[in-house]
Design a binder for this molecule. Sequence first.
Ligand code: PLP
Length: 407
Amino acid sequence: MSTDKPGINTRSVHAGAEPDRLHGAVSVPIYQSSTFAFASTAQGAARFSGDEPGYIYTRMGNPTVAALEEAVTAMEGGHAALATSSGMAAIATVFFAYLEAGAHMVGTDAVYGPSRVIVERHFRRFGVQSDWVDTSDLDTIRAAIRPETRMLYIETPENPTLRLSDLAGCAAIAREHGLLLVVDNTFATPVLQRPLEHGADLVVHSMTKFLNGHADVVAGVIVTATEEQRRTVRDALNHHGGCIDPHQAWLVHRGLKTLGLRVAQAQRNAVAISDLLHEHPAVEWVRYPGGADFPQAGLVEKQMEGPGAILCFGVRGGYEGGRRLLEKVTVPTLAVSLGGVETLIEHPASMTHASLGREAREEAGITDDLIRLAVGCEDARDLIEDLRTALDGLFEPAPQEVRTVPA
Ligand SMILES: Cc1ncc(COP(=O)(O)O)c(C=O)c1O
């Protein structure tokens, strides 16, 4: 069967991974070199002026990094990708490239905490203004736009509330007002959602999460839709300095090749866990884009190819009940981060989103009882059994609380 474009798994396996020309190595070699020799002074000058392609210095580009960037570009359907030392380096580089003194941006209120804090605390010192609103409501976005607004920054699904924003709707508003639409696609991954296809300008990822997938690397990436954006972001990254290390890039590229398989398995597990949580009497509420009660099911259908592998929920007993659950489960690891092969469980209000402060969290719907479960690739049976046992025993007294009747 011939198709216009290879499928997403074929792209993740083959893009940027041609056998090496020198020895035919099937795995892309790790060019662990900070600098690259010029054959002559003329060649050095030509590389710096851009008249001749080729590598100069790893902060500005590296063949192992380029192979990873090619794979991410192919998967997101972009023009180019630039890998960075962390997800925050990717996000900070985009803000650094596009926000000047006096500029204003509108962002999703429930984003990964530091993505908002960097603007409100740090870019503010340089005169950048921001409003963080419920971007699932297009009228709320319109109302927040000012003449000096330059950027609309969204996370969909949001971290950790899993609310969605309408990508095509946001892109239409961005076009109408001349804004740059930047989408953090970390939660969905290009396997489930490709924002550029819906009109976004730039996509960012924490590759620390699903793209790498093995909880052993911190990395990020910026995907551009045009050559002009690539040049702008490249220039910012070259000077800002948040480049990725070649070995780190190689690890992420290796992980990327199984992204489709991992997302499929983790998503199957998440669906099974969502069913358990929906029926268990110790659970007060569940939010999962694949749940029958998910209020934005139409948007999942419209812009995603699956509901993903992250759920949030609250149990009876609020924060205290949640704290007990986190300490009772044995298969999920109590740790922040997500998107790895191992299931992780955390409490955003005291961990990933603590830096937002209570008021911002409450406005964004990040309640104190919210537990985030980032489902991994274990066997569903083991995850279900472990969670059910923990939920069943949630209100059993802890050993130190057992009272003995005095003789
Ligand atoms: C949605 C999202 N974006 C960005 C980041 C930041 O990525 P990193 O930790 O790789 O800097 C995170 C980290 O948790 C995240 O969850």
